[in-house]
Design a protein around this ligand. Structure first.
Ligand SMILES: [Zn+2]
Ligand SMILES: [Zn+2]
Length: 275
């Protein structure tokens, strides 16, 4: 199995860290997790054909994780996709997907009529909404989903991926979460989000103390993420979803090592990790 980090940023625009998105793959299977800003450019850079992606899993419906959904769909059609999309996400995903598709309906119909392509199956979106916990098999990868804590977001999920006795855990967006630590036990790789403390300064009223406090509240801080990795007993801890996107890397690694016992991998866009 392989994990490829497609976007390691957050809502803030950063040329080196695109919006949150990851690819989990085996020789047979391609699973996309989230579709943040720039996801199609990243997939194209890696020569991953949009026509071949087997499923899209959404951690939650925050805009930074889903903003390029329509771009992904339309661009897959332009990349000769002739099969429906399977989209797995939290409660509310059906409504969200329908609204997005509806917004572009007139434009899409005009295109379909004008471009005269053989198939429109790429626009056939099969949406499956998560229960509290469950398992889904996508070809040779078993996916397990479980709830994490990203309140006030009501439904946020983390995932486990299993293939050939290996286990990968993806935290999604979460504050330090017991359920995550329970399901991440002994993972070969834990990909975890992080909010880096002391790197964001208050500027104007558009980024007040309260703003920083509240954003920090529903993420996992740099002084907590190593503890999460330690309690999870994961073999490798990879960090992503950096808030802010620019920070002192060495300092972050040292802080996390104190708790985790080993240096974490500081994720970068397009980084591939074999599992
Ligand atoms: Zn979020
Ligand atoms: Zn996010």
């Amino acid at each position: 199995m392989q994990l490829t980090l497609l976007g390691t940023g957050c809502p803030k625009v950063d040329h080196n860290r695109f919006g949150p998105s990851n690819l989990v793959s085996s020789l047979k299977t391609l699973i996309l997790i989230d579709c943040g800003s720039g996801v199609t450019q990243r997939l194209d850079k890696l020569n991953v054909p949009l026509s071949k992606i087997d499923a899209l899993f959404l951690t939650h419906l925050h805009s930074d994780h889903v903003v390029d959904l329509y771009q992904l769909i339309i661009s897959s059609w332009h990349s000769y996709r002739t099969k429906p999309w399977k989209i797995y996400g939290p409660l509310g995903t059906k409504k969200f997907v329908n609204k997005i598709m509806d917004a572009w309906k007139d434009e899409r119909n005009l295109r379909i009529k004008y471009e005269q392509r053989e198939s429109i199956d790429a626009f056939n979106l099969k949406v499956f909404e998560f229960a509290k916990y469950g398992k889904v098999k996508i070809r040779d990868i078993d996916v397990e989903y479980f709830q994490v804590d990203h309140k006030p977001v009501k439904f946020a999920y983390g995932f486990n991926f299993f293939n050939k006795n290996k286990k990968l855990t993806i935290s999604g967006d979460t504050k330090p979460c017991e359920n995550l630590m329970k399901y991440a036990q002994l993972s070969d790789v834990l990909l975890h989000e992080v909010f880096i403390e002391d790197e964001i300064k208050t500027t104007t009223k558009m980024r007040s103390q309260k703003t920083i406090h509240n954003v920090k509240e529903y993420h996992t801080t740099s002084s907590m993420v190593g503890k999460v990795g330690k309690i999870s007993r994961c073999k490798k801890l990879v960090l992503t979803h950096f808030v802010p996107t620019k920070f002192n890397e060495q300092k972050l690694k040292k802080i996390v090592k104190k708790d985790f016992g080993k240096f974490p991998v500081v994720g970068k866009d397009l980084l591939k990790i074999k599992i």
